[in-house]
Write a protein that binds this ligand. Structure first.
Ligand SMILES: Cc1cc2nc3c(=O)[nH]c(=O)nc-3n(C[C@H](O)[C@H](O)[C@H](O)COP(=O)(O)O)c2cc1C
Length: 220
């Protein structure tokens, strides 16, 4: 069977498609809706889909901020670095439009949380506020930033790491002591302008390591 191939980081290698396919292959990407304070105490809120957990003992998360070399720091990154903290708010499906509106490029110091009609809620371990309307929140202590050079002229990418110092989950989204993902219905980013939401869950048992018995098949 034929397949297309290209080398994404080589200028001379072309994918030949209407749009770059890379981001459509790494899907779905969870969205970290990052709330921070700047040095003057102004609230900032923006979504980041190059976001994920990287370990759970300790709990560490990251978001990746792209920017221009001559003004490389988006507000979320700058605030996290300057104040040493940030909060990742979980985006439920009903918050999709509010989340999208907070991606608007506005001047530093402008409160996107207020612009989106959302309310700040005090955090317990950091000064940066949480988004009251979100179903769950991860309060984070800034750890470090790792910068990567970009192939695109005048661009840079910086990955911001934070240790999770506090986790809030609203009672409504816990069922029998388990996080009820189908109630949260988190949304996630795909390629192009596409998103998805978690509205289907299936479980898998691991192979039995003692007997070697094969696990039950999914039927997929
Ligand atoms: C769903 C979604 C995901 C995004 N993910 C990223 C990302 O991973 N990295 C990034 O640099 N910008 C991302 N953006 C764009 C930023 O949200 C946007 O540049 C925003 O203005 C940054 O705000 P800030 O300067 O207040 O941090 C995303 C936008 C949307 C709508």
């Amino acid at each position: 069977m034929n397949n297309m191939f290209y080398e994404p980081n080589k200028k001379e290698s072309k994918h030949g498609l209407a749009h770059d396919p890379f981001k459509s292959l790494i899907v779905p990407r969870p969205i970290g809706w990052i709330s921070t304070l700047d040095r003057e105490g102004n609230v900032n809120l923006a979504p980041y889909s190059f976001f994920n957990a990287i370990s759970y003992d300790p709990c560490i998360v990251m978001f990746s901020s792209s920017g221009l070399v001559d003004d490389p720091k988006k507000h979320s990154r700058r605030n996290a670095e300057e104040t040493g903290e940030f909060v990742c708010n979980i985006v439920s499906a009903e918050l999709t439009d509010a989340m999208n509106s907070t991606s608007a490029h506005v001047a530093r110091g402008i409160d996107e949380m207020a612009l989106a009609g959302l309310s700040p809620s005090p955090s317990k371990t950091v000064k940066a506020p949480r988004v009251l309307e979100a179903p769950a929140h991860l309060e984070c202590r800034y750890l470090k930033t790792v910068e990567f050079e970009s192939n695109v002229p005048n661009q840079s990418h910086a990955v911001v790491f934070g240790e999770v110092t506090g986790i809030h989950i609203k009672d409504d989204f816990l069922t029998d002591g388990l996080v009820d993902v189908l109630k949260i219905m988190p949304i996630a980013r795909m390629g192009y302008l596409d998103y998805t939401r978690v509205d289907k869950v299936f479980s898998l048992s691991p192979p039995d390591t003692k007997t070697g018995a094969p696990p039950k098949k999914t039927g997929f």
